[in-house]
Ligand binder design. Structure first.
Ligand code: FES
Length: 132
């Protein structure tokens, strides 16, 4: 029946850690601190996104892309600064991907995150609600 198919439907692709191992939600959240960012892979573009750990801890329904909006280099999360930093021309973004230092002028892109059956699934579309 349609209902059970909907229940089992898994959108997007399963997130892996940066080494390509599938990530399980319960493992990810064990010891995860609210406010932390966790690098995952799964989609071709951007190749890496950062999950957002919120209070609970829970995984937010959006992830932050790593493609710098200046000229497309890959930004890296710097937890000690709570910023995403671009190695190419020095753009910096806050922990939500908003620009705090140019030359970039637009915020980092977002991905939709679906948590289902202990999996983290990444969907390459902008979340319905931009939390920023
Ligand atoms: Fe990131 Fe230029 S590509 S600052």
């Amino acid at each position: 029946p349609l209902n059970s198919r909907c229940k089992d439907y898994l959108p997007g692709v399963q997130a892996t850690d940066v080494k390509g191992q599938p990530v399980a939600v319960d493992q990810l959240l064990t010891g995860a601190q609210p406010g932390s960012r966790i690098a995952v892979k799964g989609l071709a573009d951007p190749a890496i996104g950062y999950l957002v750990v919120t209070d609970g801890p829970k995984i937010a329904e959006y992830a932050i892309g790593t493609t710098c909006t200046h000229l497309g280099c890959t930004v890296a999360w710097k937890p000690e600064q709570k910023r995403f930093v671009c190695p190419c021309h020095g753009s910096q973004y806050d922990d939500q991907g908003r620009v705090v230092q140019g030359p970039a002028r637009r915020p980092l892109g977002l991905l939709t995150v679906v948590v289902k059956q202990n999996q983290v699934r990444l969907v390459s579309r902008t979340p319905a609600i931009d939390p920023r």
